[in-house]
Ligand binder design. Structure first.
Ligand code: NB4
Ligand code: NI
Length: 185
């Protein structure tokens, strides 16, 4: 089981590396790692597990956050429209995105960042992501709003990008051009 003490924190150079593609079909080892990542995200939303293991709640996790520099991520959440998303993804790639942007009104937090970094994180309002699932299926996901934000946060980790890299330094709460805030859970 993945616990909080295995989460790599800001300052570790691994979080700034661009990750390697996973060779497909995925090895048993990579599948095992990714399913543990997905289980961690699920556990972090389970009150009993949170209490027992002092987990920080989260909706996603990227492999570099557990020290593995490979293109793998896990997400587990329900959006504003009650649509649920639960995926372990290999080699996710943003195929296209909207011009329009969106953002979480209260900014973003990261399991690898033990401090509050206030400010708006501009994200594309809509993205199309291609990936291979934990089950080995090739999928094309069309995501908008909250779901699009979560996937962009995780895919950024695979490219060594942290959420605060996107915050406007001079005016952290200035909404980006062409944007509407996302409807949150
Ligand atoms: C990833 C998110 C940061 C912004 C939005 C949110 C939480 C994270 C990081 C976009 C993606 C993790 C991975 C939350 C949270 C609201 C919904 C439903 C019930 C608990 C859950 C808590 F905890 N971000 N934390 N940060 N990361 N929403 N919610 N709630 O998840 O660093 O790279 O279960
Ligand atoms: Ni993060």
């Amino acid at each position: 089981m993945i616990a909080m003490d295995q989460i790599i924190r800001e300052g570790d150079p691994i979080l700034r590396q661009k990750t390697e593609k996973v060779e497909l079909p995925a090895s048993e080892e990579d599948k095992e790692t990714l399913s543990e990542m997905l289980q961690f995200v699920k556990n972090s939303q389970d009150d009993e597990m949170v209490k027992k293991y002092q987990l920080r709640p989260g909706v996603g996790l990227a492999a570099p956050q557990i020290g593995i520099s490979k293109r793998m991520l896990a997400v587990h959440f329900t959006d504003f429209h009650d649509k649920s998303y639960s995926y372990g993804l290999f080699n996710p790639k943003i195929l296209s995105h909207s011009v329009e942007k969106t953002y979480l009104q209260n900014g973003e937090g990261c399991l690898s960042v033990d401090r509050d970094v206030p400010g708006i994180v501009p994200r594309y309002a809509r993205i199309t992501v291609k990936a291979t699932t934990l089950e080995g299926e090739e999928v094309k996901l069309r995501l908008k709003g909250y779901a699009a934000i979560v996937l962009q946060h995780e895919i950024d980790h695979l490219d060594g990008v942290m959420f605060y890299d996107h915050i406007n330094q001079d005016n952290p709460f200035q909404p980006p051009e062409n944007s509407t805030p996302a409807e949150e859970m």
